[in-house]
Write a protein that binds this ligand. Structure first.
Ligand code: C2E
Ligand code: CA
Ligand code: CA
Ligand code: CA
Length: 275
């Protein structure tokens, strides 16, 4: 307590700086959405562990800013949420993903992450319907990924939004399963099509038998509940073998493919890489 004043003197300038940085980032983000410039959607395959076929691809957002370079989603998505830009963000990703998936010759479906703060606002079903209509993609080829955080903060309204999507024929995945709180309660509250087992459990399973046991238990839970499971973050052949033996339905990770840009973005990306 004695050092309180000194602390404040040291702390304040840093805080002001970070507030400034935030508002700059926010302005840049708003700009990027308005002109939809240098916002990209990359796609990462999700494979069926039995057949080895790509059944789906997850849409993952990428943002390039000329002065800052590539900005990862974990840095800009929270800013977008605080700045009230989630509607623009969801709408951008959904439109791009549905349009791209409609052109895939293998008929794979596409999985789109929706922001926690937009589930339960009542606007999501409308945005999804618009993206489907604009692209002509059948609803059955789209799934949305929601995290437990979305369900916790969104309450009954969140469940109502998800049910509306389900009624349209859109699949619903529970993302990062096992990392949040009261995971099992969420499984009871809503009939998910897929459970995505967080990659940290898969990877730590190499060295830690407790993590391996968690993956196995979650995979078995999926079998019992008749819900497909996706093992995330599979990087090695050994991990693939293990999650398959554990009973996971699908897998995703660098072993099968990294997130890759859509063909139509290649020329712009070559420009960026050449800069
Ligand atoms: P997530 O939904 O859990 O996505 C999986 C993340 O794991 C992606 O990171 C992906 O690139 C990465 N990944 C995939 N395979 C492997 C692997 O084998 N090893 C390792 N170490 N990592 C792997 P990314 O693209 O940086 O995205 C991070 C998070 O940002 C996502 O986590 C998701 O929560 C969020 N995000 C990404 N795109 C969007 C979006 O369009 N909308 C929203 N709302 N959130 C998004
Ligand atoms: Ca996801
Ligand atoms: Ca995940
Ligand atoms: Ca994650």
């Amino acid at each position: 307590k004695a050092g309180g004043k000194n602390m404040a003197r040291i702390f304040l300038p840093q805080m002001e700086e970070s507030v400034l940085m935030r508002s700059r980032l926010e302005r840049m983000l708003r700009d990027a959405f308005v002109h939809s410039r240098d916002m990209f959607v990359f796609y990462q395959p999700i494979v069926d562990l039995t057949s080895g076929q790509v059944v789906s691809r997850e849409a993952l957002m990428r943002w390039y800013d000329a002065s800052r370079g590539w900005i990862p989603p974990k840095d800009f998505i929270p800013v977008a949420e605080e700045a009230g830009l989630v509607y623009d963000l969801d709408s951008f990703v959904l439109h791009a993903a549905c349009r791209d998936a409609a052109a895939w010759s293998d008929g794979a479906s596409v999985a789109v992450n929706v922001s926690a703060s937009s589930v339960g606002q009542g606007r999501l079903p409308g945005v999804v319907a618009m993206a489907l209509a604009a692209s002509g993609l059948p609803a059955e080829r789209l799934s949305v990924e929601v995290t437990e955080t979305a369900l916790m903060s969104g309450g009954n309204e969140a469940l109502r939004d998800l049910q509306a999507l389900r009624d349209m024929g859109v699949g619903i995945s529970l993302d990062d399963f096992g990392t949040g709180f009261s995971s099992l309660a969420h499984l009871r509250a809503f009939p998910f099509d897929r459970i995505k087992i967080d990659g940290s459990f898969v990877q730590d399973g190499d060295r830690r038998s407790d993590c391996a046991a968690i993956v196995r238990a979650l995979a078995q839970l999926g079998v019992t509940l008749r819900v497909a499971t996706v093992a995330e973050g599979v990087e090695t052949v050994q991990q693939r073998q293990r999650v398959q033996e554990d009973g996971c339905t699908y897998a995703q990770g660098y072993l099968f493919g990294r997130p890759e840009p859509a063909l139509r973005d290649l020329s712009r990306l070559n420009e960026i890489n050449g800069q």
